[in-house]
Write a new protein. Sequence first.
Length: 331
Amino acid sequence: MDEARLAARLGVVIRALSRMPGGAIQQNWALDVTLPGGREAGWVLRTNNPGTLAVSRTRAEEFALLRAAHAAGACVAEPLLLCEDAAILGAPFFVMRRIPGTAAGHLLARQARDAGGEPTLVAAMGRALARIHAIRPPRPDLAFLGDPPADPCAAFVARMRARLDAAATPRPVLEWGLEALARNAPPPRPAALAHNDFRTGNLMVDAGALAGILDWEFAGWDDPAADLGWFCAPCWRFGNRGPGFEAGGLGPEASLLAGYTEAGGEAPGEGRLAWWRLAATIRWAVIAADQAGRFLSGAESALELALTGHVIPELELDVLHMVEAMDAGTA
């Protein structure tokens, strides 16, 4: 990275620059800078990896989503600057304020397990999610999201089927799960802005409090329950699968929903939530297959991508159990 050229574009002195851990799809860089006038600040620069997922938002789109969420009070890092000139770093990038804390999923889940659950924390996450879902179409600043789906559940099933067909790798368990979703789809609800990756690992926590919601690259118009189902799916509990840890492996689902409704969100009902928990499990399996495909194609050599493909059998087992419960009416 050409620090001198970057510093000139940002209009600051860069005192330190280092790549941050994680970021299988995008790159995040920590910047310690000195602003004009001598004040020091901590920023994060976010840019593209050499290979990315086709469904990922561009950096310009993600920057616009951050601006909308920040304006809505949704607990995100303040977006500062967008640069679409690829000549600076070789790809577009944006800069946002750095927020304190950790987002490491396994660490947060272990801390929650040691504490016997974090109901206050997950209630705050529910309130933050309700503020995101208060952003509704039409929004000229988010025109790139297109028209909201008339039936988000039917749109999800069609989208996942298309991605499985495009991958051309037989996934009979996932296809079976999609058939169950089609049979049990709840009636449509008006779409709202969904983060679409709201989970432990993308939630910055500092001193036991929610500090920021990260990684907006999959956001779009959707059923609000999609975010709740994603956060409460077994695959995002980081080993905490027992009762009282349904919300991201951190605390009770009931506390999440209490915070959500307290901030104006509409409770989805157990049937709709169970539908989106199964949808989340299938979607993560499809994403995992795509990420492994990026490694196998030679586009990227990251070990994280290669290992991601190994979670698919466990996800398929979850799908089998969840479909059985759904068809039996016990989901």
